[in-house]
Design a binder for this molecule. Structure first.
Ligand SMILES: NC(=O)c1ccc[n+]([C@@H]2O[C@H](COP(=O)([O-])OP(=O)(O)OC[C@H]3O[C@@H](n4cnc5c(N)ncnc54)[C@H](O)[C@@H]3O)[C@@H](O)[C@H]2O)c1
Length: 374
């Protein structure tokens, strides 16, 4: 039976989510809701569903299995807490946009309540619901990367000193130095953690270029973060909000290097390059051990250039996990996974504010394993 869905927040991303549900056989889009009446009415009419102007009303009048929260707010996450908590209190499964919140205390409460209620709580960490990420994970699972030595992630908005404009930053950015850090780093941190596991120490250097300083733009727009994973691997994350134009790998690039091989993903959805290590017995590089030997990389060009494809992919994965009744701790891109990215974000801010000191992110809640899934 299809999962009966209500979407909260009917602007750009809410429209994308609602349309994904509408087109997904695992879902039945029942209603949409926005505190701004015209937005709810317009989207409801477009998709042929009912409009509501408060979540409370929608919950009271519809029989829903899940609520999809696309509300945004300050730092793109400041309006997620109330609807997520209300939906969980009403015993609905919840999918929420990222960042899980802009407030670490709220994020912890959301994850705690979902666990107490034994509900599925997922977050739209959509950047790794792609063909290159699936193939890369398969390489890791098949032992073709070996022990991970390093992970480099470079992701951000492309820009330049000429492209910069500080026109009408609006409520999301105004006076908020950590807008980019809190709104965006959920993505690169989620990818690094997806491939390499928990981060146990990090150190951040951040700043902004002179044109932002000259215009009193508060945003800390350049983020350079060095880290160590629990596995012992090291990592480096660079992100910028429009201060530079990146070259090889485009706007989004991750490289994971191990003792048996290395992979690189470029532009999120577009390209995977696997470089088998010299001497790797399962590859054409088996006989190569010389210093100057260079094994041929294996390149997959997916032909997928539309980043928008990550939304229906990720939403389908959530619907699939709920439909299949997977153990809660096996939910893909869970609230706990999103909480991890926010813990790292707050650790990075603490490091930056203290001159780049080494910070250990706060521990995540213990994973509860439902005995019925033993
Ligand atoms: N995963 C991604 O790749 C990705 C990309 C872009 C944006 N996002 C995220 O999507 C979210 C939404 O982005 P957007 O650009 O559509 O935001 P937006 O601010 O344009 O729209 C949010 C809508 O939610 C409504 N709203 C707020 N609180 C509400 C409430 N309690 N009840 C009902 N309606 C409420 C607002 O009126 C508004 O129409 C943000 O959290 C953002 O970070 C994710």
């Amino acid at each position: 039976m299809a999962i009966r869905v209500g979407v909260v927040g009917c602007r750009g991303i809410g429209t994308t989510h609602a349309t994904s549900h509408k087109n997904d056989a695992l879902a039945e889009l029942v209603a949409v809701c926005d505190v701004i009446k015209e937005r709810a009415d317009e989207l409801a009419a477009k998709l042929g569903v009912k409009a509501y102007y408060s979540l409370t009303d929608m919950l009271a009048n519809e029989d829903l299995d899940m609520i999809d929260v696309c509300t945004g707010g300050p730092e793109n996450g400041g309006w997620h807490f109330e609807p997520v908590m209300e939906a969980l209190e009403a015993n609905k499964h919840v999918l929420c946009e990222k960042p899980i919140s802009n407030d670490i205390h709220e994020a912890r409460q959301m994850v705690k309540l979902a666990t107490e209620k034994n509900l599925y709580f997922g977050v739209n960490l959509n950047h790794y619901f792609t063909e290159p990420a699936a193939k890369a994970k398969q390489l890791m699972d098949e032992g073709k990367i070996g022990e991970v030595i390093y992970c480099h992630q470079r992701t951000g908005f492309l820009g330049s000193e000429w492209a910069y404009s500080k026109t009408a930053p609006g409520y999301r950015m105004e006076g908020l130095p950590y807008f980019h850090v809190k709104a965006f780093l959920a993505h690169p941190f989620s990818i690094m953690r997806y491939f390499c596991g928990d981060i146990v120490q990090l150190q951040a250097f951040m700043g902004k270029p002179s044109y932002r300083i000259a215009t009193n733009d508060p945003m800390v727009s350049v983020n350079s973060i060095h880290m160590r994973f629990a596995s012992g691997a090291t990592g480096f994350l660079f992100s910028s909000r429009g201060d530079t134009t990146m070259n090889l790998g485009g706007w989004w690039c991750v490289e994971v290097g191990g003792t048996r091989g290395t992979f690189t993903i470029e532009n999120c959805t577009e390209k995977l390059t696997y470089q088998p290590a010299k001497g790797n017995p399962d590859s054409p590089a088996a006989t190569m051990t010389g210093l100057n030997d260079k094994p041929e990389p294996i390149v997959t060009n997916t032909g997928v250039t539309d980043f928008g494809t990550t939304f229906p992919n990720r939403i389908h994965a959530f619907l699939e996990d709920v439909t299949n009744g997977v153990p809660k701790h096996k939910l893909r891109a869970s609230g706990r996974d999103a909480l991890a990215t926010l813990e790292y974000t707050f650790a990075a801010i603490k490091s930056y504010e203290n001159g780049g000191i080494m910070v250990t992110p706060d521990p995540l809640p213990t994973i509860k394993i439902d005995p019925s899934h033993n």
